[in-house]
Design a protein around this ligand. Sequence first.
Ligand code: UD1
Ligand code: MG
Length: 454
Amino acid sequence: MSNFVTVILAAGKGTRMKSKLPKVLHKAAGKPMLQHVLDAANKGGAERNIVVVGFGGDVVREAMGDQAEFVVQTEQLGTGHAVKQAAPLLEGFDGTVMVLCGDTPLLTGDLLNKLYTEHKEAKAKATVLTAIMPDATGYGRIIRTEDGSVARIVEHKDATEEERKVNEVNSGIYCFEAKDMFEALEQVGCDNAQGEYYLPDVLEILRDKGEKIWAVAADDYESTLGINSRVQLSGAEAILRRRKNIELMDNGVTIMDPSTTYVDCDVEVGSDTVIYPMTWLEGKTVIGENCKIGPSCRFSDTVIGNNVTAHFAYGHECVVDDGVDFGPYVHLRPKTHIGNNVHIGNFVEVKNSNVGEGTKLPHLQYIGDSDVGKNVNCGCGTVTVNYDGKIKHRTIIGDNAFVGCNTSLVAPVTIGEGAYTGAGSVITKDVPAKTLAIGRAHQKNISGWHDKRD
Ligand code: UD1
Ligand code: MG
């Protein structure tokens, strides 16, 4: 099956967002709206994506990188004018163009593929994706003839009272045969209520030429919703999150309270993992199988293995291997790698560190810029003193070492394999393997002190 090229309209200002950020870059479920559209297009079979930008074009281009080609529409003269801007990039292209809008984050690859497949099967020159809207106000209405075929699309502002009663609307998404579309666009005028070049006029022009135009109805209107305001954005967010939770549950993940579980679209979770309430899984986070996550965990761009237990914890840009348990009140910061079967207890922060298999960080610690070996025990209150006010230094703790409670490890410093530090030590020099280091004042007992005081 051949593929199609998309032209994604994203030049509008998005005035109602009241934002300095271009509308299509606002995020829904952790991803810019335009990214959702590109992802759906690619899943649906797009071989090439062209984005028409205007307001904030450079920012949009930068955010999307090489995922698409870009053309600029300097003046927003209407959707027909916008599509025309892609003509130079599609010179000589003889296939199907799918026109999309950059502000429809709920589209799915399946829906776009259905539109394209039915367009091809119908051998139509133009096919519009329609939806039945509970409230069609503002949308272009699909005007059908008595035999049920599409006659034309009339914009809300141009429609008669009778036409406004139609609740089948133009989703703003279409497939066109490229050559016929660009030819017809030459004939589109702007004699209408908004003084704009309307893309939907192409349908009537093609029909008048005797060409076949077709319509595909979306199964649910939600998928086609365009976002114009922050209120609508929050609606899209809720739908995306609901979909994601359902996808996870259908794939064997238990979500105790979907209404307080916020999972971004690209997150992966393995089967038999249980997600407890008030949990956020963001960005490119991957959670393995048979984990217990939450309550109250937030993980961003974090990779977690199998059989991990985490509660009341925050991790970002870090890796946690199998069998680790951590929390409550744990903060795993970027560039941290926690090895298999590590135990991390309450009030522990780990940053830019590697922690070896089987090591225990049970209570109240700061481990920063460190390489901690295997089966190390860091007593309560272990602190790596990693910063001298100018530079961060590393701490190295060898396998099987035992760091006594309230030890300050003043970096750069190395604790050898199997070495010990006495509780309350301030360690400023390297400790050789299997050695006990005590760096604290000797205790002095003054007898009779109580009586002498009085
Ligand atoms: C459009 C359709 C309407 C349909 C609705 C679906 C037209 C004339 N009408 O109306 O039938 O029901 O979408 O949401 O097409 N854009 C540009 N350049 C422009 C104008 C618009 O890039 O010069 C972009 C916008 O950024 C937006 C998309 O095209 O992403 C749609 O434009 P918008 O102004 O929202 O059209 P509607 O009035 O909603
Ligand atoms: Mg619109």
